[in-house]
Design a protein. Structure first.
Length: 200
């Protein structure tokens, strides 16, 4: 007996293709949704991890700022202590230096001359005195030039004056500058001192 299919085969195939297309579309939509969900989850996890890292970095930066401030305070304290130490060393050096310089000046002072004042500022000394002749002042300059403690003598001023009307012999008032060449003296740190002495 021969069987005859009376159904239209084209419509059947079209319906099957539509079902397959519907399944593929549903599967594609599900896959796309899954990919979007996984991507969102991954990105959100990365953002949260980066946020946590940023928070840790902020905490570390705050801690470092505190440590830097502490280090700066320590450096300031060390600088203050070093300055005090330098002042004490300079005071110890200058305590004996004044005696040595005065002794050296008295040794180099020629006869026929006396000093009115000696002023020290840093490593510079200003000497004011009276000499009976100009040659005495020149001798004093030469003596300072060969001194072990003094150098660079500079004659600032010299002028002849008459002490009184009865005495016709003139005197020479001079101002002389000289430097201390002690290797331990520090001009930038030495305190200013003034000493007055008179010898004849």
């Amino acid at each position: 007996m021969i069987r005859v299919n009376l159904l239209p085969h084209r419509q059947v195939k079209r319906a099957e293709r539509q079902r397959e297309f519907g399944l593929m579309a549903a599967f594609s939509a599900f896959a796309a949704a899954a990919i979007v969900f996984l991507g969102y989850t991954f990105i959100n996890g990365q953002v949260e991890a980066q946020t946590a890292r940023n928070a840790r970095l902020d905490e570390a930066i705050v801690q470092l700022d505190k440590e830097i401030a502490d280090i700066k305070d320590l450096k300031d304290q060390i600088s203050i202590m070093l300055d005090r130490k330098q002042v004490v060393e300079n005071l110890q050096t200058n305590r004996s230096q004044s005696v040595v310089v005065l002794d050296e000046i008295s040794r180099q002072l020629p006869e026929g001359m006396y000093l009115k004042s000696i002023k020290q500022q840093g490593n510079s000394i200003t000497i004011e005195g009276v000499a009976d002749t100009n040659s005495r002042v020149a001798t004093l300059v030469r003596n300072f030039s060969t001194s072990n403690w003094l150098d660079t003598p500079t004659l600032v001023e010299i002028r002849a004056v008459s002490p009184d009307a009865q005495n016709t012999q003139k005197q020479n008032i001079f101002t002389l500058g000289v430097n201390i060449k002690s290797p331990k003296a520090e001009e930038s740190k030495s305190p200013t001192g003034a000493v007055s002495a008179g010898s004849q």
